[in-house]
Design a protein around this ligand. Sequence first.
Ligand SMILES: [Zn+2]
Length: 138
Amino acid sequence: MGAHVSVPMYQRSVGQRYRLLGQRCRGCGRVNFPPAGACMYCGSRDGFDEAQLSGRGKIYTFTEIAPGGAPPEFARQAALTGSYIVAIVELAEGPRVVAQLVDCTFSDLQVGKEVMMVVRRIYVEEGVVRYGYKFRLA
Ligand SMILES: [Zn+2]
């Protein structure tokens, strides 16, 4: 089962997908990513200010996805590359994101290694090439 994102929803989220645009909670001051209606730390709904994340972080954990394990939107990529690496990256500002790690092999990786964001092609859906963040070793 894939995670469908409609074209309008994708277009509305370009700031977070291309630039890691998050939000700083006016209640507790912590940075939330991706943006949400309530703060993921304190639950406040008092509002947010735009917060540009640095794109730097470290590997919290990682795994390799074999072609048979790829969700439908990544089946083509898995068929072309054989497998791909997915990590939970802990961003320098605190939030953790799930993203692919690129320009590396599985044996290059270790929990805690520094990574930085790059914008890459994610997949094609509804005839639109979707771009978004991935990470590479810093
Ligand atoms: Zn908060």
